[in-house]
Design a protein around this ligand. Structure first.
Ligand code: CO
Length: 135
């Protein structure tokens, strides 16, 4: 069953954002993980049914750094949990979307992930993810 798994938010200072969400809403930061390939440090906040993934750039030329430079802080992507990421990639291609990878890539928090180019998806950067352990 497809569901929104997390919302990715590009930020300059994840600890400041996590601190605000904790003070204002009592939400907890429960995991921080670096994804070297993407030049990003991810901070996961338990938002109840949907996680919040704060994305902080770890190098100047990372996709998140370019995003922050162009658009500033804010909502970056919507991640949907699917049963099979490869199937979702193939389905997207059939629909004329441009997957950003041909195959699922290892993501943070034990997921296999893929993205679709937002040009084809009404400006929404869509991530599809599946839990590694399910395979
Ligand atoms: Co994500």
């Amino acid at each position: 069953m497809t569901r929104v798994e997390h919302i990715g938010i590009a930020v300059e200072d994840a600890n400041a954002v996590a601190g605000l969400l904790e003070s204002l809403l009592g939400l907890n930061l429960y995991k921080t993980e670096k994804v070297e390939r993407e030049g990003v440090r991810t901070h996961f906040i338990d938002g109840g049914r949907i996680k919040i993934e704060l994305l902080e750039s770890t190098r100047e030329d990372s996709p998140v750094a370019r995003y922050l430079e162009k658009r500033g802080e804010g909502m970056h992507h919507l991640a949907f949990e699917v049963a099979d990421v490869q199937q979702a990639i193939d389905r997207g291609r059939e629909l004329g979307l441009q997957p950003l990878s041909d195959h699922p890539l290892p993501g943070a928090d034990g997921k296999r992930i893929a993205f679709f180019h937002p040009r084809d998806t009404f400006g929404i950067l869509i991530e599809v993810c599946e839990t590694e352990a399910l395979k």
